[in-house]
Design a binder for this molecule. Structure first.
Ligand SMILES: [Zn+2]
Length: 271
């Protein structure tokens, strides 16, 4: 069991605190020195640009806590995590589950709420076979990063309720669609008691169907504590027409085994 910060109470990240102070200072400066408005406006615009860039950088912790790796004590035990996004997908997920079973490996599936509703039996099978289902939003909207606080809570809570009702297990982790967000996601996740997860390395397997290059991206510097990201839903296809994850998993799992690393689910780290 790992000691984690209290996620129920929102604590603004240093960049958010600095940004709030800057905005308050800009109001005071505009009242006291209105003639300096170009400088004041420039400072506010620069600050907004920094917040936007931080939201477009999936592995950034500038907007709040963000798991890019497993905690150090878990890494020291040579444990790591395989995470699989955008399912469940009936043409791919069953074969992924078989490959994981063959290697005795447990993974974390970040499922989309609407897809889980379409394939509830498959979603339940993921959990019944010892894996974890976590929250990847209800609809996987492309404009997710433009949502406000209420929009985030509504979208993510609907996925929480959907996934919990189907699997009997309430998600503990959230991954943003494409990893993109804004400063209001962190307070929304605190309200729902969810932890944000990005990744150590991602496969880019939604548009690269070459198993060789996808594998080498994931395996470069492979080590304990790594969080790897692949896709069963929205997967790119190999020249043979298969979802690339099905070609990548056997070599990935063999290499992980040879390196004496042990894949674990994210929730096993905190429960
Ligand atoms: Zn996704």
């Amino acid at each position: 069991m790992t000691t984690l910060p209290d996620y129920r109470r929102w604590r603004p990240a240093p960049l958010i605190k600095a940004s709030a102070l800057l905005h308050a200072g800009a109001v005071v400066a505009t009242i006291l020195r209105p003639e300096a408005w170009p400088w004041t406006a420039g400072a506010v615009v620069t600050d907004q640009a920094m917040l936007t860039i931080a939201g477009l950088w999936p592995r950034s912790s500038l907007l709040g806590p963000n798991w890019k790796r497993l905690p150090l004590e878990i890494a020291a035990r040579r444990e790591m995590a395989i995470t699989i996004d955008d399912g469940p997908e009936p043409k791919v997920t069953p074969a992924v589950l078989d490959l994981l079973d063959q290697h005795g490996v447990k993974a974390t599936f970040f499922c989309i709420g609407e897809r889980a509703l379409r394939h509830p039996d498959l979603c339940r099978e993921i959990v019944q076979r010892g894996h974890a289902v976590e929250n990847h939003s209800l609809r996987h909207r492309r404009d997710f990063a433009l949502f406000g606080l209420r929009g985030f809570v509504r979208e993510i809570e609907a996925a929480q309720d959907t996934l919990a009702a189907i699997t009997g297990m309430r998600p503990l982790f959230f991954r943003a669609p494409a990893g993109l967000r804004n400063p209001l996601l962190d307070p929304a996740l605190c309200r729902l008691d969810l932890r944000l997860v990005s990744w150590t390395r991602r496969a880019f397997d939604t548009f690269d169907g070459n198993a060789e290059s996808v594998s080498s991206r994931l395996l470069r510097g492979l080590n304990g504590g790594d969080i790897l990201l692949l896709h069963d839903g929205n997967a790119a296809r190999t020249t043979g027409g298969d979802a690339v994850i099905l070609d990548v998993l056997p070599r990935l799992l063999d290499t992980i085994n040879a390196a004496k690393l042990r894949p674990v689910t994210l929730r096993s780290v905190i429960t």
